[in-house]
Design a protein around this ligand. Structure first.
Ligand code: PGA
Length: 247
């Protein structure tokens, strides 16, 4: 399996002042190398400065979304090429906030993943069920459907990761049981093997949704978990470092 990845998703938070947090993270890693890959995904306005801050350090920089097309009349959108041009190397795609607030379907996400690969970016593809879907006993089926719908064949042999983020756990302080996390992660791994053969064993499967310093050790020790996608607790380097050190 590829190295675990712990990525921070700043969402629509942060200003130029927040770049200090990236410096704090990289300074901590100079004293002690992280036990995994570490990435920060700031808002697009901060990408160039974040890349400058992280240059030559153990911190990688990613974006939070991209458009599938390389360029064109898409006011307000940002292409994967533009993200690569800014120096970022990863991109979160299909986050539930994009799926619900911007109506992104699996098909849209799949196109974005293809666009990201064409630009040489490493996608972090998000999937996860709603609370109603879980209560109806459909969590595994929903996630498997999203995996099959969102992951294009071009991912075979490419560097990417999948983030399992139950919608009801994001920003809520609620987390699934370790048994629930393990069940979904196992289903995702089976799907990756079916889709990509032996290469499906490689991509890390992250867990995301209310990962905090106090639950990180338990979440990260769960069977099949290859890292985390962290929202709120990634905004401050001190909190994020505690999560990374819990691995
Ligand atoms: P949270 O967000 O850690 O604040 O719950 C996770 C995410 O949305 O990626």
């Amino acid at each position: 399996m590829a190295r675990p990845l712990i990525a921070g998703n700043w969402k629509m938070n942060g200003s130029a002042d927040s770049l200090t947090e990236i410096s704090r993270l990289s300074a901590a890693f100079e004293e002690r190398a992280p036990p995994c890959r570490v990435a920060i995904c700031p808002p697009a306005t901060l990408l160039v400065q974040a890349v400058e801050r992280a240059s030559g350090t153990m911190v990688e920089i990613g974006a939070q979304d991209c458009r599938a097309e390389a360029s064109g009349a898409f006011t307000g959108d940002i292409s994967a090429q533009m993200i690569a041009d800014a120096g970022a190397r990863l991109v979160i795609l299909g986050h539930s906030e994009r799926r619900t607030l911007h109506g992104e379907t699996d098909e849209v996400v799949r196109g974005k993943v293809q666009g990201a690969l064409r630009a040489g970016l490493e996608p972090i593809v998000c999937v996860g069920e709603s609370i109603d879907e879980r209560r109806a006993g459909r969590a595994v089926d929903v996630v498997r459907g999203q995996i099959r719908g969102s992951l294009p064949p071009e991912l075979a042999g490419a560097a990417f990761s999948v983030a399992y983020e139950p919608v009801w756990a994001i920003g809520s302080g609620m987390t699934p049981t370790t048994a629930q996390i393990a069940e979904i992660h196992q289903a995702i791994r089976e799907d990756l093997r079916e889709l990509f053969g032996p290469a499906g064993d490689g991509p890390p499967i992250l867990y995301g949704g209310s990962v905090k310093p106090d639950n990180a050790a338990q979440v990260l020790a769960t069977a099949g978990v290859g890292g985390a996608l962290v929202g709120g607790a990634s905004l401050k380097a001190a909190d994020f470092l505690k999560i990374i050190e819990a691995l």
